[in-house]
Ligand binder design. Structure first.
Ligand SMILES: Nc1nc2c(c(=O)[nH]1)N[C@H]1C(S)=C(S)[C@@H](COP(=O)(O)OP(=O)(O)OC[C@H]3O[C@@H](n4cnc5c(N)ncnc54)[C@H](O)[C@@H]3O)O[C@H]1N2
Ligand code: MOO
Length: 421
């Protein structure tokens, strides 16, 4: 009997286990906090707050820093005038606040010592700033009037209220999102230690693949798999280099040999089924790869193993050439492990949904269909052909019709994986 999807997935996981282990134990890379390379990387160690956040008590509003006690009696019928104090702008060191005064203060400016509340400028009388004196200017003159009390702490952002000093900002193994990068930067780190990415050498094969810069001649096609799989692998956190080979086993071997030193994994597409010119099978079987037919459609032909290349033993995973087959093979067998390494959920979000129409499926294979969600929440599936990349590009989901199912009626529930996130 053909190997099952689950058995092959376990084989791929076992093949990748030493790669994962090595990368988890590898010397971290240090990446600058401003580097575009940081987004999506995974912390190799926990990052702690070097300063409390906010680092000092500061104003949440443009207004007047006051002592709440000075305005305790203020009300519409009992206006209280306070002498104007020194003004503080964001970036100024904290000033001193005298009892019975109102110190003009701007959003983000340090609270002057002695003040315990802020009244927004639009709540003062008049509701705008008069001419202000900052440190170094002539002493402030005039008064500002208030017609309401202020409570202690109102519009004051306390030091450390967001994050106390020394707190863990992100644990080891955390994927860096824009907000996490902002947080680490805010606390003063100039670099972040991240895990090295798995380096994948991606190889498309086939004499039919035409150079992109040339118009197609009859019989030839453009290479969809390299850019598609490279994008999928990068999205899952891998560093990818691509090579292309024609249908010569010697050419493929030498292409892989020259790049093997700088990769943790080789992924190929095409050249592995029952044809007379199966370059991947011909070139890699003698080096240690094994090829098999899975009870799966698309993605039936598969290969994997460890290759003796350039004095090293390099894991290889071989996907079929049909673009939809290659995409689904990556999705089912390879991307979950890479996503886990990249601090992302391994699995696509899974749901059960009802079919909008009846379907047929080869009973001896696990069929993976592409589809969309209709307005009524049911799922409609596109045609099963593994060359239909147009349908895949429009798909919101993969629907699984397990082995043993020959047909399902309209409204039958199916498991779907959302691929539109
Ligand atoms: N007699 C049989 N023929 C086939 C079988 C079988 O069991 N018996 N399996 C079929 C299935 S299923 C698949 S899937 C394909 C897999 O074939 P290969 O992995 O050997 O891939 P190729 O023959 O090289 O290519 C298949 C198909 O995909 C196109 N292709 C290849 N590479 C690319 C690329 N980089 N970008 C876009 N398209 C690509 C290629 O031109 C072929 O049309 O075999 C079936 N045959
Ligand atoms: O199993 Mo193939 O991958 O259908 O085209």
């Amino acid at each position: 009997m053909r190997r099952s999807v689950e058995e092959h997935r376990d084989e791929v996981r076992a093949l990748l286990a030493p790669v994962v282990e090595r990368l988890l134990g590898a010397v971290p890379e240090r990446i600058g906090i401003d580097s575009p390379e940081l987004l999506g990387r995974v912390t190799a160690e926990a990052v702690h707050a070097r300063t409390p956040l906010p680092p000092f008590d500061n104003s949440q509003m443009d207004g007047f820093a006051v002592r709440a006690a000075d305005l305790a009696a203020a009300g519409p019928e009992h206006r209280v005038a306070l002498r104007l104090g020194w003004a503080t702008a964001a970036g100024d060191p904290p000033g001193a606040h005298a009892a019975g005064t109102a110190s003009p203060i701007m959003t983000g400016a340090a609270m002057p010592t002695g003040a315990d509340a802020v009244v927004p400028v639009e709540h003062a009388l008049p509701p705008r700033f008069p001419s202000l004196s900052r440190s170094g200017d002539a002493a402030p003159e005039g008064t500002v009037t208030f017609a309401a009390p202020a409570s202690v702490g109102r519009f004051v952002r306390r030091a450390g209220e967001d994050v106390p000093q020394g707190a863990e900002l992100v644990p080891a193994g955390t994927r860096l999102t824009p907000a996490r990068i902002g947080l680490i930067a805010f606390s003063g780190a100039a670099t972040v230690a991240v895990r090295p990415r798995p380096r994948v050498l991606l190889c498309s094969t086939g004499d039919e693949l035409a150079p992109r810069e040339l118009a197609l001649t009859p019989g030839r096609i453009h290479d969809a798999n390299s850019p598609m799989l490279a994008a999928a692998l990068r999205e899952a956190g891998a560093a990818v280099r691509t090579v292309r080979s024609g249908d010569s086993a010697a050419q493929l071997r030498s292409a892989l040999e020259s790049e093997a030193d700088a990769c943790d994994l080789i992924v190929t597409s095409g050249g592995i089924s029952a044809g007379a010119f199966e370059v991947v099978r011909d070139a890699l079987a003698p080096l240690g790869a094994a090829f098999t037919a899975l009870a799966m459609q698309p993605g039936g032909p598969q290969g994997l193993g460890r290759l003796a290349l350039a004095g090293r033993s390099v894991p290889v995973i071989c996907f079929p050439g049909n673009p939809v087959s290659a995409f689904i093979s990556a999705e089912v067998f390879l991307l979950p492990t890479l996503r886990g390494l990249a601090g992302m959920p391994e699995e696509r979000p899974r749901e059960q949904r009802d079919l909008a129409h009846s379907v047929e499926s080869p009973a001896d294979k696990h069929q993976v269909r592409r589809g969309r969600i209709e307005a009524d929440g049911r799922v409609s599936l596109s045609a099963p052909g593994s060359h239909l990349l147009g349908d895949l590009a429009e798909a919101e989901l993969l629907a699984h019709l397990p082995r043993g199912i020959a047909a399902l009626p309209e409204n039958a529930p199916v498991e779907i994986w959302r691929i539109d996130g």
